[in-house]
Design a protein around this ligand. Structure first.
Ligand SMILES: Nc1ncnc2c1ncn2[C@@H]1O[C@H](COP(=O)(O)OP(=O)(O)OP(=O)(O)O)[C@@H](O)[C@H]1O
Ligand SMILES: [Mg+2]
Length: 607
């Protein structure tokens, strides 16, 4: 109960109780002293009177004159306390006496003692015996009965007065301490109010008002304020550190998740993690289990064996495991997962951290590499087949030539043989083109860019027909250029393929132009490949030269333009693109005249 009181209330209570206790003790001692001393005073008074009256009545006893004796001791009536007085002879006989009422009379002498004065109390009555001496010998005894109820009455009055004094003093103490405690407790109350408001609002910039004194309370408030300043500084450092950490975590290019042990409650997850998981995880209480996690061989890992679960339950440090995650919407992503437990000093698991890095690009690159290797192998195969076909083909063409020179042939047979010759010429053309296309050109040669473009168009004839595209050629110059022929052919192949892809399913027009230009001091050729295809939106435009960037899903590797730019760079040229979504795209390739130097022997020959 006392503990629940406030300090001001306690102070008031303590000072009031202390003053009440002090007053009570003082009153008690005073009352006790007064009772004893007043009683002694009364007894002494009665004894003195008894002495005087007794001495005066000795002669009446000696002359056996009870009347005179009674008259003498009747003088004691003046004392209002005395109720009766009796004289007894030395042989304990009643000699004379008086009493206020017959009941109060003392007729038998109390037991004798060796003392001259003897008294005993019976309730509120005093029975006092006084031996009367003549020549030092007791000749009679005076016995007095007195009413001492006055003592109790006096006590009662005193108690009443004492109580009144105590009550008045307590009241005064209460009022005074209520007024005075404020100066003492104001600072402490202010301190406690400040502490409470800080703990409630977590605002460490508040300070307790200093009392302006140098006593213990002043020191307490100053120290408290100093502590607050220290906490505020630490709080600020902590929150800025936390903000920095949060920014780093939030923008880290890896997915991070921290869960509490053993509840698996999510403490933290960053944006990348949610991006990779495809769910706003931070709003969830627990890591959801609707994901399917697989090993590289696509075997499913059960939830207790997930990297995070192993870190939580087995304190295992999982380092860079390759996993395939299937999301709730059944889309998949390759990740490299690492997990680690967070342990306290006793080795108990407090939490676990999961770190995921994306593997999709790497996986895609591996696949693309595989595909380009396959393509290269197919190319080499096509080249060798073309080469092998060329020899027998030449033989057949020669034979046809000989057969056609026979004058005796019927018109019908001649027409059929001529048709066969034409078809074979086409086969031969295709075979030669394929051979040239796939032949590695390790040395630069002088070649006609228009002819190169035509040879690429030849290879795309079938596709052109399929997508219903009209081709417009505008070769304003027959200018030749020193270049790596095979690679330049690949540049045009990539640009034309992209254009045809952009017009697939909708048809359109393909416009090819070669013209001489001079860019500053540099002269050269500009090749324009323009289409009326779907166009590229501005956002995509900034990525199209990146390796593996494709909008064609599994149908594209995203390497075409990357390789194209690489080859153009090799020719010291430049490539630019302009496009409008839904309208079409123009690629402009500038190839400088002096971009590639002709090998010394060739230049001598050409000179
Ligand atoms: N003429 C074009 N019209 C519209 N989009 C184009 C055009 N050329 C390129 N693009 C866009 O640029 C992206 C990258 O082209 P790139 O040639 O590098 O790769 P790809 O064509 O997708 O794949 P690959 O060349 O391996 O078949 C394409 O996916 C496409 O979105
Ligand atoms: Mg392409």
């Amino acid at each position: 109960m006392f503990k629940q009181l406030s300090i001001p209330q306690r102070l008031i209570l303590v000072s009031t109780v202390a003053s009440a206790a002090a007053l009570l003790i003082a009153s008690f001692i005073f009352l006790a002293y007064d009772r004893v001393s007043y009683r002694t005073f009364l007894i002494d008074g009665i004894t003195t009177q008894a002495d005087v009256v007794g001495t005066n009545s000795i002669s009446a006893i000696v002359f056996s004159d009870p009347d005179s004796a009674r008259a003498t001791i009747a003088g004691l009536r003046k004392n209002p306390l005395i109720e009766s007085a009796s004289l007894f002879t030395a042989d304990r006989r009643f000699f004379a006496g008086w009493s206020l009422t017959p009941q109060l009379a003392v007729r038998a002498m109390p037991n004798a003692t060796s003392q001259i004065t003897n008294y005993e109390f019976h309730g509120e009555e005093l029975l006092l015996s006084r031996k009367l001496l003549l020549d030092d010998k007791p000749v009679a005894t005076l016995v007095i009965r007195a009413d001492f109820s006055v003592l109790n009455r006096r006590l009662k009055n005193f108690v009443m007065i004492a109580l009144l004094i105590v009550v008045m003093s307590v009241l005064t103490a209460f009022i005074l301490s209520s007024l005075l405690q404020r100066t003492l407790t104001r600072a402490i109350v202010n301190l406690s109010d400040t502490a409470r408001s800080i703990s409630r609002d977590r605002n460490f910039s508040i300070r307790a008002t200093p009392p302006g004194s140098t006593d213990e309370i002043g020191i307490l408030v100053d120290t408290f304020n100093e502590m607050l300043s220290a906490i505020q500084a630490r709080d600020f450092a902590l929150s800025s550190e936390r903000a920095r950490l949060r920014t780093i975590l939030e923008n880290a290019p890896i997915g991070i998740l921290v869960v509490e042990a053993p509840s698996r409650q999510i403490i933290l997850s960053n944006r990348k993690f949610e991006e990779m998981m495809g769910t706003p995880i931070r709003d969830l209480k627990e890591v959801p289990r609707y994901y399917t996690i697989m090993r590289p061989d696509r075997s499913v890992i059960s939830p207790p064996d997930w990297p995070l679960s192993r870190a939580l339950s087995n304190k295992e440090f999982v380092r860079g495991e390759e996993n395939l995650v299937r999301r709730e919407d059944r889309s998949e992503t390759w990740v490299r997962a690492s997990a680690a437990p967070v342990l306290d000093d006793a080795g108990k698991v407090l939490a676990a951290v999961l770190v995921l890095s994306e593997l999709d690009d790497q996986k895609k690159a591996q696949e693309a590499l595989l595909r380009s290797e396959k393509l290269a192998a197919a190319g080499r195969l096509a080249a060798s087949i073309s080469h092998e076909i060329n020899n027998p083909l030449e033989g057949v063409i020669n034979l046809l030539y000989i057969a056609l020179s026979d004058e005796t042939l019927s018109a019908n047979t001649r027409a059929q043989l001529q048709l066969a010759d034409q078809e074979l010429a086409r086969v031969s053309h295709i075979a030669t083109q394929s051979l040239r296309f796939y032949r590695q050109s390790s040395r630069p040669t002088k070649c006609n860019v228009g002819v190169l473009l035509d040879s690429v168009l030849d290879l795309l004839v079938g596709k052109l027909r399929n997508v219903d595209v009209q081709v417009t050629r505008d070769f304003q110059t027959q200018g030749s250029l020193v270049c790596f022929e095979g690679e330049l052919r690949q540049v045009f192949m990539n640009l034309l393929s992209n254009s045809l892809d952009a017009m697939a399913g909708r048809g359109g027009r393909l416009f090819l132009r070669v013209k001489s230009v001079s860019a500053g001091k540099r002269r050269g050729l500009q090749v324009a490949v323009a289409d009326t295809g779907q166009g590229i939106d501005p956002e995509t435009l900034s990525f199209i030269f990146e390796p593996f960037y494709t909008t064609k899903g599994n149908l594209g590797t995203g390497l075409g333009l990357w390789v194209t730019r690489d080859i153009v760079d090799k020719h010291s040229g430049s490539i630019r693109v302009r496009s409008k979504k839904g309208q079409g795209t123009v690629f402009l390739v500038f190839l400088p005249e002096d971009g590639v130097a002709l090998p010394l022997s060739d230049s001598a020959r050409s000179a």
